[in-house]
Design a protein around this ligand. Structure first.
Ligand code: FES
Ligand code: FES
Length: 151
């Protein structure tokens, strides 16, 4: 039986009906049209579907849509009210993307880290990104981009 949910998405109120077994990733991409969260593994392993719920990153392929009823959800689009963030600019300056599939999840995980720790060391950055896989870059330019804005 479909269920109505209402939640805040990137500072907008969203109300819609979902099936009880529909995951948040499907709700965002297929029902609302928010495309930054990607489906890499559909199994909680790759981090490409990362979004924030109440300021904490989650894997949206593992969260049911009904679970965000009354919650605040932020995707990469929600960080960009004033254009690219300094973190995004640093990723571009350091050539931290190749295909870019991992990028939204990487940026959100790094954003969460920097909100809690403005001067993370390399190990802390690696730990924060440990749930976000990148098949292209070898991670070095990603870590360098984050280090650059903490100096
Ligand atoms: S698609 Fe969700 S962790 Fe890979
Ligand atoms: S840039 Fe291709 S997966 Fe990270």
């Amino acid at each position: 039986m479909r269920q109505e949910i209402k939640f805040n998405l990137n500072s907008e109120t969203i109300a819609l009906e979902v099936n009880p077994n529909e995951v948040l990733l499907e709700v965002l991409r297929d029902k609302i049209g928010v495309k930054s969260p990607k489906c890499g593994c559909d199994n909680g392993d790759c981090g490409t579907c990362t979004v924030m719920i109440n300021g904490k990153t989650v894997r949206s392929c593992l969260v049911l849509g009904i679970e965000v009823d009354g919650q605040e959800v932020v995707t990469l689009e929600g960080l960009m009210d004033s254009g690219l963030t300094s973190l995004q600019k640093s990723f571009i300056e350091h050539n931290s993307f190749q295909c870019g599939f991992c990028a939204p999840g990487m940026i959100l995980s790094a954003t969460e880290l920097l909100a809690e720790n403005q001067k993370p060391n390399k190990e802390e950055i690696q730990e924060a990104l440990s749930g976000n896989l990148c098949r292209c870059t070898g991670y070095t330019p990603i870590i360098e981009a984050i280090e650059a804005i903490t100096k």
